[in-house]
Design a protein. Structure first.
Length: 748
């Protein structure tokens, strides 16, 4: 990937100067250049995954410069005509809002509903309008740069992914099962089809003593959609790595023990243990592993703060740092934080920032190791916090859309006569969650807007070490990328970005004061401050996003969608084309519910694998008007509106894109009379008006140089106000670029 020129870099850095200085941990990480040997992913020697807890992307980064956040110019419109940001709240609406309390990065806020049923209710079959009814008004709260400066500094220094989703519309454990195993078990079977080489002889004799099953499906083979933690038996990725001779390890504190009886030990002291988040320990093969065996030594050991009596936070990282300094860091590692430092909403996000910073300190303590390391910082799920992007999902039936990829094991079948709140529905993807790729290969303050989920982490490991996970479904492989687009393995980015010290981040708010958490508080296991109650704002306004653009990674997308209105058959056909190297999900909505497509009332989802096409047809349920909008990744947008009656405008607009030559739109008047056509470029503000005779065609050249290959053009007809053809998106040419100039409404 060619490096950006100086002017592009300066434009992309934009508001980075707002950060007076990066933390020392980030400065050290930035100072090390990647060890480029082959210029490929094979130069990566170590992959480290640090999965934190329960925050949505908009909740953390909705105001971050350049990402698709609160300033998204192509956010979906709800059926009532409101923006998705205007979430229904009884008879009114509620916008994203920043709590009025100071120092939100140090506040304790409540845990919101985040299970299968409420997550699906918020998603609401793709309408994405049920957040407040399902989660409560606090779902709309967010934090910003002043609250969580370390997180924003990481994004300014490295690469943030603004289209990374949790894997399942559900809670922590099933999302972590996706990270460690690629799925949540098979539909309707008791055991995995792939035998574990480390399976206990008789795993069924061991039962995890954490309560009875609540009817979440077949056990121990799954599927699992909640936090039952009953004990499961399908193949996990660490077992595959062990069989393939790839070194791996889980770094954690053992709390009061990693035997089943001790898994819940974190409840007595949230400053120790792993919060029950090492989810492979809910698998029978790990529970039955004996001391000295690979699964025991690499997954059931760790630091021992409780028994050593020290409660010294620094010792959480002693094993990791020792391995880094001794050049024995495994090829693949997972790091699991105690409850107090995992960023779960019942504890402050800046406590998590201290933990992340300490992990980064350990990894950068040996520059030779860091030079060939990729650290992936992601979050397991969104808790109950709102995110405005509609997640890609596999269609249950043709009434909900189509897919060129099989949806096998992507639809939860539900439980017959189920009264526990686990109805049939797609597993995921779920809401967007934060993800940052921190590595010498990801420096520069980039954003990567390819669609990812937790299985993308496994796919990245597959690409590097060749150990293929058998559970990732065809649909998920089509939709979710492998994270390689977030890094540049060929060229070192030497830009010196101007990163707060996290030493005092483990503090809490009392009145107007910020007080440090003492060793006495940690030893007692107490939460030092009460949980904050967030009021509903009386005069809500839409929050502003930081102005300016951000450097953007090249993406593998080349997408197209056109519509043909058939005046004879009285319907509209939309074609979806994918001419890129990665599959894509198209989300289709109709205004006012006036159309039926595939026998359903919408919204609809269309998954199109690379190199394939799809089409579907819509017919008005009353009258003869249609109004359909198509949303795709990275701001891809189409709107097709008009009428099918005898006086309706009948223009066909066909977009043609060439990565080398640019873009044009061909407009053809297929009506019987002359039409006055109005063409508006929403980036430049330029408008053209021209008469087009019946049967005549003309091209519209799109000027892309000043917009970094972004286009946004609208075609209307003066004689028919209902007619709209709106085309917007980004043309990829294999090179790094800049983010959408309309995000945050900034032309800088």
């Amino acid at each position: 990937m060619p490096t950006a020129d100086r002017r592009t870099v300066l434009r992309g850095l934009g508001a980075a100067a707002l950060s007076a200085a990066f933390p020392e941990s980030i400065k050290r990480a930035l100072a090390v250049e990647p060890n480029i040997v082959s210029g490929t992913i094979n130069d990566v020697k170590h992959i480290v995954v640090l999965m934190q807890e329960n925050r949505s992307f908009d909740h953390y980064f909705g105001t971050l410069r350049g990402v698709r956040g609160f300033g998204d110019p192509r956010a979906v419109m709800l059926s009532n005509g409101n923006s998705v940001f205007q979430q229904p709240n009884g008879s009114g609406t509620l916008l994203p809002n920043h709590p009025p309390e100071p120092l939100m990065g140090y506040q304790f806020i409540g845990d919101l509903p985040h299970g299968w049923s409420d997550a699906h209710a918020a998603w609401n079959n793709g309408n994405n309008d049920g957040w407040i009814a399902a989660k409560g008004t606090e779902t709309m709260c967010f934090v910003d740069r002043t609250d969580i400066p370390f997180h924003y500094a990481l994004a300014d220094a490295f690469t943030i992914c603004d289209n990374y989703h949790c894997s399942i519309m559900g809670p922590t454990d099933p999302n972590r099962y996706y990270m460690w195993t690629g799925w949540v078990g098979q539909n309707g079977t008791a055991t995995d089809t792939v035998a574990s080489p480390f399976q206990a002889t008789n795993p069924g004799t061991f039962t995890l003593a954490v309560g009875p099953s609540t009817g979440n499906g077949v056990l121990p083979g799954g599927p699992v959609v909640n936090n039952d933690e009953q004990g499961y038996d399908w193949l996990t990725y660490p077992e595959q790595l062990e069989a393939a001779g790839i070194s791996w390890k889980i770094y954690q504190d053992i709390g009061v023990g990693l035997d089943p009886a001790g898994y819940e030990g974190w409840t007595s002291n949230p400053y120790i243990g792993n919060y029950g988040d090492t989810s492979v320990l809910y698998f029978l093969q790990y529970q039955n592993a004996t001391p000295g065996s690979p699964l025991y030594q690499k997954a059931r050991t760790g630091t021992d703060i409780y028994n050593n009596g020290g409660y010294n936070g620094g010792s959480f990282f002693s094993v990791l740092q020792q391995d880094v300094m001794n050049n024995t860091l495994p090829e693949i590692s997972w790091v699991v934080a105690p409850q107090a430092y995992c960023e779960h909403p019942t504890f402050p996000p800046n406590w998590g920032a201290w933990y992340v910073s300490s992990v980064l300190d350990a990894l950068t303590s040996n520059p030779e190791v860091w030079a060939s390391t990729v650290l992936i910082i992601n979050f397991d799920e969104n808790d109950g916090f709102f995110d405005h992007i509609v997640a890609p999902t596999a269609p249950i039936s043709a009434a909900q859309g189509l897919s060129t990829a099989s949806n096998v094991n992507e639809i939860y079948p539900g439980v017959p006569n189920d009264a526990t709140g686990y109805p049939q529905g797609p597993y995921g993807l779920g809401a967007r969650v934060p993800c940052m790729i921190v590595s010498p290969w990801s420096k520069g303050g980039y954003v990567c807007s390819q669609v990812f989920d937790h299985t993308s982490v496994l796919q990245f490991m597959e690409r590097r070490f060749g150990v293929i996970n058998p559970h990732i479904t065809p649909w998920r492989r089509a939709v979710s990328g492998d994270l390689t687009a977030a890094l540049n393995f060929k060229h070192a980015n030497t830009a010196k970005v101007p990163l707060p010290n996290t030493t005092n981040f483990v503090s809490y708010v009392e009145g107007d004061a910020l007080l440090p958490v003492t060793q006495a508080i940690i030893a007692s296991g107490q939460q030092p401050a009460k949980t904050l109650s967030i009021p509903v704002p009386t005069n809500p306004v839409m929050p502003a996003q930081e102005p300016g653009q951000r450097l953007a990674r090249a993406l593998p997308y080349q997408l197209q969608s056109d519509a043909v209105a058939d005046m004879v058959d009285q319907d509209v056909k939309i074609n979806f084309g994918n001419y890129g190297a990665a599959g894509a999900f198209f989300h289709v909505r109709t205004a006012e519910g006036a159309l039926n497509g595939g026998m359903g009332a919408g919204p609809w989802g269309y998954t199109v694998e690379a190199g394939k096409t799809l089409s579907d047809t819509w017919r008005p349920t009353s009258g003869s008007n249609y109004d359909l909008s198509v949303y795709g990744p990275n701001g891809f947008y189409r709107r097709f509106a008009g009428g099918l009656g005898p006086n309706a405008a009948n223009l066909v607009v066909r977009a043609e894109f060439d990565v080398g030559e640019g873009a044009i739109a061909i407009v053809t008047n297929e009506g019987a009379a002359q039409a006055l056509v109005i063409i508006t470029d929403n980036y430049t503000g330029n408008t053209r008006r021209m008469f087009v005779q019946a049967g005549e065609s003309f091209p519209i050249a799109l000027e892309l140089a000043r917009t970094s290959n972004w286009y946004d053009v609208q075609v209307t007809v003066e004689s028919d106000p209902s007619f709209v053809r709106h085309y917007a998106g980004h043309i990829e040419n294999g090179e790094a670029s800049l983010t959408d100039p309309l995000i945050g409404r900034s032309e800088s």
